[in-house]
Design a protein around this ligand. Structure first.
Ligand code: G3P
Length: 225
């Protein structure tokens, strides 16, 4: 399973990549807007942090398929052909997917709220399908359940695709999908930090250190005791 960061703050991305096993970074127009910088400048900087093998996701804005394709060409021209272009799963988006597939540009289906919407993107050749877990839950539906359905439909139909589950607002939503074996999740920094930021864990480590220093002296470690 791939673990991606859903954010465009390059300082946060640099910090998280230095600590955790991060496979990539996803952005969307709203996330890029928060940076206040030129989108391509930000995307290129993210690419330099995650390296050529990292997954980088950038979304198109246009409402029509031809516009989406033109944007996709510019995105890969500016950031490299390994970048995955996020195409909203609306009728024009599916039409754009056909055109992008013919051009060999990598893409994913995004803004997925229903299982069949996601299944169609996988069938259209999307490498990933991005269900918006928490946004679905905010509609009173089961975001984790919709995501599991899409995963099952892809697997059972033998389609070469998988989830990039997105829009998480708590660790439990992520945990359920990791446990289910989805292809990828993309998680905002605060949720990612929350995976391990438990006071009890910090306390346990502090007690180990204090006990060891009681044995060997203040500041001593296994290196110099
Ligand atoms: O990148 C798309 C998705 O992650 C949106 O998340 O937090 O705006 O619901 P959010």
């Amino acid at each position: 399973m791939k673990l991606c960061i859903d954010n465009a703050d390059v300082n946060e991305i640099r910090r998280l990549c230095a600590v955790y096993p991060i496979d990539g970074v996803s952005t969307n127009p709203s996330i890029l807007a928060k940076s206040g910088r030129n989108p391509y400048e930000v995307l290129r900087e993210i690419r330099s942090i995650i390296g050529e093998d990292g997954e980088l996701f950038a979304q198109v804005i246009s409402a029509d398929a031809e516009g989406m394709v033109r944007e996709a060409r510019r995105i890969v021209e500016e950031t490299g052909r390994r970048t995955l272009v996020k195409i909203p799963c609306v009728p024009e988006g599916y039409r754009a997917m056909k055109l992008l597939k013919a051009e060999g540009i990598r893409f994913i289906g995004t803004a997925v709220y229903t299982a069949m919407q996601g299944f169609l993107a996988a069938k259209a050749g999307a490498e990933y399908v991005a269900p918006y877990v928490n946004r679905i839950e905010n509609l009173g539906s089961d975001g984790v359940g919709v995501s599991k359905d899409i995963h099952d439909m892809i697997v059972k139909n033998g389609i070469d695709s998988g989830l990039l589950a997105a829009s998480f607002k708590n660790t439990r939503q992520v945990l359920e999908l990791v446990r289910y074996g989805v292809k990828a999740v993309t998680v905002p920094p605060d949720i990612l930090d929350g995976f391990v930021k438990l006071a009890e864990v910090g306390n346990a480590v502090d007690v180990f250190r204090a006990d060891f220093e009681g044995l060997c002296g203040a500041g001593k470690t296994m290196e110099d005791c």
